[in-house]
Design a protein around this ligand. Structure first.
Ligand SMILES: NC(=O)c1ccc[n+]([C@@H]2O[C@H](COP(=O)([O-])OP(=O)(O)OC[C@H]3O[C@@H](n4cnc5c(N)ncnc54)[C@H](O)[C@@H]3O)[C@@H](O)[C@H]2O)c1
Ligand SMILES: O=P(O)(O)OC[C@H](O)CO
Length: 413
């Protein structure tokens, strides 16, 4: 499994002590006898706990460690330095942690990944011989990932995308599965559904929808994914499945605004209802052949519900309101998600571009999507979400932030 490598928090003193013992046979004579370290010993111990330490860093560490300035660094000084430094400048490589601890301590702490999961930091090494490629990375990173894979994978490999988002082009848009197909010249199916990762990782029951054009592809992916606790249903309505997963993230931002405003359950249900009907309208406009039945699959109504209650888009939108305009979505993402990435904000901008590309009058077809985007951009305050039908705009706030233009009767604030 390819894992985009990064440095994560350093190991604790217990792990380092265990590493110290493990590498004893390889330490220098001085280190073994009296616990006096040299740079090589530091590198060996650090490597054992999954931390990459260069020669230069190890030498610098020796200078920092020598607290009593006797020209030596012993075990106690080493341990003290390790804990004090917090490994803030060194850290542990995530792939190494996953392979040693059997856990992704950064993104899924406490979840055992199983013995057959091996993290590989080299994308090509992980993918070039694969027959089945599963794409699940935030959609902003997809171009970079595909650039590295282009022309380097098996020509008959099958792909599936769990990625939510779209690419905007001068001619319209492409869903991520289509971007994968175009760049890698292979078929790409999709898997979407009410699938909050933490719950699946904990082995709790959920469903999902696989969209694949051919029966052979559907059967192949169902064989791979379907389990009693992860019930997978297939459909050939591929773009609608992917569009549902993509658009519900925008509605979830709206649901989060409602939560932040403490507008209550009725208001949230209303935003979800309107959002769902705009999703359906937008999907049918882009893909008129879409089957209504797809909206009742896990990728449709179920994913909308779970994301509007338990997702990160909802959570960050709620915080955006609670901060009263003092924090941007970027700030909130960094603070609340610790390295994870929001999809809904980018997708809202993409959807807005798509709607605008459909020409005059198209915005009025999707007043909630447009209103959510205006709130995200800071053009109007979050409270205006309940006035989505009037489509309040930046111009309504021309007078030093006060809402001065009443677009429709009864729209005062
Ligand atoms: N988390 C969920 O519950 C969930 C469920 C279903 C679908 N999805 C979708 O799957 C996609 C990925 O979401 P996620 O939650 O796994 O990611 P995430 O939000 O946890 O993002 C962090 C991931 O991005 C990787 N990353 C960081 N920089 C990168 C780079 N330059 N290139 C490649 N990868 C990089 C990190 O290693 C980490 O794995 C999204 O489109 C999301 O909507 C997520
Ligand atoms: O946490 P979110 O808001 O990115 O949503 C997660 C998944 O898409 C739910 O299926």
């Amino acid at each position: 499994m390819y894992v985009h490598d990064e440095l994560v928090a350093g190991a604790g003193s217990d792990e380092v002590l265990a590493a110290w013992k493990t590498v004893q046979p390889f330490l220098s004579e001085d280190a073994r006898q009296g616990g006096v370290l040299d740079a090589t010993s530091i590198q060996l111990i650090a490597a054992e706990v999954g931390v990459a330490v260069s020669r230069k860093e190890a030498q610098q560490a020796l200078v920092e460690m020598d607290a009593n300035q006797d020209g030596k660094a012993d075990k106690e000084e080493f341990l003290q330095w390790w804990m004090d430094s917090g490994k803030s400048t060194v850290g542990r490589l995530l792939t190494s942690v996953i392979n040693k601890a059997g856990q992704n301590t950064k993104y899924l702490p406490g979840i055992s990944l199983g013995d057959n999961v091996h993290a590989v930091p080299d994308l090509l090494q992980a993918a070039e011989k694969a027959d089945m490629l599963v794409f699940v990375t935030p959609h902003q990173f997809i171009p970079g990932v595909l650039g590295k894979l282009k022309g380097k994978i098996k020509p008959n490999a099958r792909a599936i995308s769990l990625v939510k988002g779209m690419e905007i082009t001068p001619d319209g848009f492409n869903l991520i599965s289509k971007v994968i197909e175009r760049e890698l010249d292979i078929k790409c199916s999709v898997l979407m559904g009410a699938n909050i990762a933490q719950e699946i990782a904990e082995g709790r029951f959920s469903e999902c929808t696989v969209g694949a054009e051919t029966t052979a592809d559907r059967e192949a992916w169902l064989r791979l994914f379907n389990t009693p606790l992860f019930q997978t249903r297939g459909t050939s309505d591929v773009p609608a499945v992917e569009m549902c997963g993509t658009l519900k993230n925008v509605v979830a931002i709206g649901a989060g605004f409602i939560d932040g405003l403490e507008e209550g359950n009725n208001a949230k249900a209303a935003i979800m209802r309107v959002g769902f009907s705009e999703m359906i309208k937008l999907i049918k406009r882009a893909y008129p052949e879409t089957s209504d039945a797809t909206f009742l699959e896990s990728c449709g109504i179920a994913d909308l519900i779970t994301t509007c209650y338990g997702g990160r888009n909802r959570k960050c939108a709620e915080a955006f309101v609670q901060r009263g305009g003092k924090a941007t979505f970027d700030d909130i993402e960094e603070e609340l998600l610790a390295g994870q990435k929001l999809q809904g904000v980018l997708t809202s901008n993409e959807v807005q571009e798509l709607i605008e590309s459909w020409g005059d009058g198209a915005e009025k077809e999707f007043p909630l999507m447009v209103t959510i985007n205006r709130i995200i951009r800071g053009d109007i305050p979050p409270g205006d979400i309940v006035r989505y039908a009037e489509m309040p705009s930046k111009e309504d706030y021309a007078d030093e932030g006060r809402r001065v233009v009443l677009r429709k009767q009864g729209s005062t604030s």
